[in-house]
Design a protein around this ligand. Sequence first.
Ligand SMILES: Nc1nc2c(ncn2[C@@H]2O[C@H](COP(=O)(O)OP(=O)(O)OP(=O)(O)O)[C@@H](O)[C@H]2O)c(=O)[nH]1
Ligand SMILES: [Mg+2]
Length: 333
Amino acid sequence: MTRQPDDADALIEGVRNGDRRSLARSITLAESTRPDHRVLADRILEALLPLTGGARRIGISGPPGVGKSTFIEAFGMHVIEEHHQLAVLAIDPSSRRSGGSILGDKTRMIDLSNHPAAFIRPSPGSGHLGGVARRTREAMLLCEAAGFDVVLVETIGVGQSEVAVADMVDLFALLVAPGGGDELQGIKRGIMELADLVIVNKADGDLAPAAGRTRADYTGAVHLLRPKWEAWATEVLSCSAITGVGIADVWEAVERFGDALEASGELRQARATQATAWLWSEIGDTLLERFRNDPDIARILPGAEKDVADGRRTPTEAARSLLDVFSQRARTV
Ligand SMILES: Nc1nc2c(ncn2[C@@H]2O[C@H](COP(=O)(O)OP(=O)(O)OP(=O)(O)O)[C@@H](O)[C@H]2O)c(=O)[nH]1
Ligand SMILES: [Mg+2]
């Protein structure tokens, strides 16, 4: 089958009408590294920007095996029963799930992935975190323009990806398992500080008593953290993604969080701050890309790197002289 050339106007119209194929294609264009795709994606995003911003944006993280996929299935189905349209995105710059990503989880998300009110999109794949984050952000905006009013962004518990997710969502939820402190679960303090909700999953069967203790432990711990918001103090809940107990409470907390931050004005402020930070990371990424692709720089960079490595030049001086060459060129082209 030969693909028709992409028609930006048709895709814009399609996304506006909630057409999934148009949405999926627009996200693919936004993820593409081809310059012509980038141009199309920018046009689509710009046209749809007024339709974005209407979703509750939720980030979910937690150590491997804590039950993120199972939780997203149960939570997602509940959200849909509450008459919402749910988009699930993932951000995972590691190679751990490259190719498969959350789609590989389809067995854990059977009902959700087959539901017409849900849209599940795997991670844009491995790569530089900034690039992956940008693609996920743009996918989020496109989903909002298509009418999805709850967007869930999942990340696995590695390195900086939690920070990247927290920087694009309103509410950041951390899933933990019963038993074991955060050190045991491999959760860094910095990640704990990002959490607006801590959810102790697997509060069922034999694990129920341990889940209760873990919940009490975390409740004590989050009180010691520096508050992130004026209108919201981190809450600790427990649930079972398998039996469904407590899932409705999580959604209720998500709604309360959004309402409280909207009323205090902090939501708008946080989103404005996020957008500005995104602008700066775009500027940084684009400058770096142009710098690396500059033919003059490409010619002299290896020598400068070697001189610095061998101690013949200081990094500061070498950087400054490379940047001088670059800005001279920028002025002449
Ligand atoms: N008892 C119990 N088991 C659960 C619950 N949620 C998930 N599990 C089990 O925990 C295991 C891991 O669940 P997943 O949903 O794949 O966990 P995950 O966090 O997505 O794992 P990764 O994608 O590998 O990081 C599976 O065997 C699930 O059946 C729960 O609420 N209660
Ligand atoms: Mg999973």
